[in-house]
Design a binder for this molecule. Structure first.
Ligand code: SF4
Ligand code: SF4
Length: 383
């Protein structure tokens, strides 16, 4: 359970920030910006920091801090994972009752014996750089059952390059060169009649960015020469996903090689296909699902509205809602609005944090299933 910073004084008038590093300082800044009146202490295991004064707050070690302070305080662990040893330190001293963790968010999360491993999972380490997916087309020409992007049930829609530019400008403001890579996909991106304008816009706004194009490859042989020129000029990497369909992939790869374009193959193993297993009850464990999820903080998705999601599922869930009755839904806590956020570190930190939508995923993992073309049935996405 999370609590707001403002609720801390109800628990204790003494606040210990455990970890006098970057996150500790940020945590103190956040507390002071909210005018939270309390007696503050820093606690750190690094004895070289002992006695230092950080923004008016003194750093203590376990040996120098008073036992009375320790037992009455709320203790906030302020470090990105791993902080296992810090929690165990507190636990061994019988101080586990009022321990919270600060991960750069507005909420502090309560650490207990049961949940600390999940709170401390590697998925929750912020990435140093941002890479993100961007849909240039919503629909697809292959229509796989259970498509994670819901493209097989999406209405026809093509991204607008001006909107894309606006989003990129804002990402640049927030993260500069830490915005390292964009993956253009869909749906099937080759269906976009002006796909090359997205390559040019990217290189104009952020010349350092790596552009990748994820495609099922079916339309590649029919692409005109100017498409291949644009790939070459903008250093675009093609990632072709192989599906268990009758298609001459080998001749396609020879064509790409002849064009001297870099490519990778994302191979689906035989007929095995990973499908979502949504849980309409919405009673899944958010922390556990996020930590076990292969997409969390990896398949980061930026939508045309400028919403940044840690994964594609809630980002494209509106397609599902458009055709099926469901009580699954996303909310504003599931994404970061890049036009209201003004701190790039916060963006990276929020992406490394579980979202309410995770409660609708089963154990945060994908299930194995046979690949087939969609029948547009709800159960293709359900447990
Ligand atoms: S090819 Fe990819 S985008 Fe298209 S329906 Fe299949 S999984 Fe979805
Ligand atoms: S919403 Fe589901 S798919 Fe997305 S990060 Fe959470 S568990 Fe993973």
């Amino acid at each position: 359970m999370g609590i707001k910073f403002e609720e801390l004084p109800n628990l204790s008038k003494t606040i210990i920030i455990f970890g006098a590093g970057v996150y500790g300082k940020k945590c103190l800044e956040r507390l002071k910006a909210k005018d939270i009146c309390a007696d503050y202490f820093f606690l750190d295991n690094n004895t070289e920091k002992e006695g230092l004064d950080i923004n008016g707050v003194r750093v203590y070690s376990f040996d120098s801090i008073s036992q009375a302070v320790l037992t009455e305080a709320v203790i906030i662990i302020a470090k990105l994972v791993p902080w296992e040893s810090m929690y165990l330190d507190l636990n061994n001293r019988g101080l586990e009752d009022r321990v919270y963790v600060y991960s750069g968010m507005e909420l502090l999360e309560k650490v207990t014996k049961e949940n600390y491993k999940l709170l401390n999972c590697k998925k929750r380490v912020s990435n140093n750089v941002l890479w993100f997916d961007y849909h240039v087309v919503e629909q697809c020409n292959l229509n796989c059952a259970g498509c994670i992007h819901f493209s097989c049930i999406a209405k026809e829609e093509y991204a607008d390059v001006q909107m894309y530019r606006r989003n990129l400008e804002q990402i640049k403001k927030l993260l500069g060169k830490r915005a390292a890579s964009v993956i253009l996909l869909g749906g099937e991106p080759l269906l976009h009649p002006d796909l090359c304008s997205f390559f040019r816009a990217t290189k104009e706004i952020m010349p350092w960015m790596q552009i990748s194009l994820v495609t099922n490859g079916i339309l590649l042989e029919r692409m005109r020469e100017d498409f291949w020129d644009a790939l070459y000029e903008n250093g675009v990497l093609i990632a072709v996903t192989k599906y268990p369909i009758k298609f001459q992939y080998e001749s396609l790869f020879r064509i790409i090689e002849n064009k001297i374009i870099n490519y990778v193959i994302n191979e689906e193993k035989g007929n095995k296909w990973m499908k979502l297993a949504l849980n309409e009850g919405g009673n899944g464990d958010i922390q556990e699902n996020y930590c076990n999820c292969s997409m969390a903080n990896k398949c980061i998705t930026l939508t045309k509205e400028g919403r940044l999601f840690t994964c594609p599922v809630p980002a494209h869930f509106h397609h599902f809602k458009d055709i099926f009755d469901t009580n699954i839904d996303y909310c504003s806590d599931d994404y970061i609005d890049i036009f209201t956020e003004n701190d790039g570190d916060n963006v990276l930190s929020k992406l490394a944090t579980p979202i309410p939508f995770c409660r609708f995923c089963k154990s945060g993992t994908l299930e194995k299933s046979e690949w087939k073309v969609t029948n547009k049935e709800k159960n293709e996405w359900m447990q």
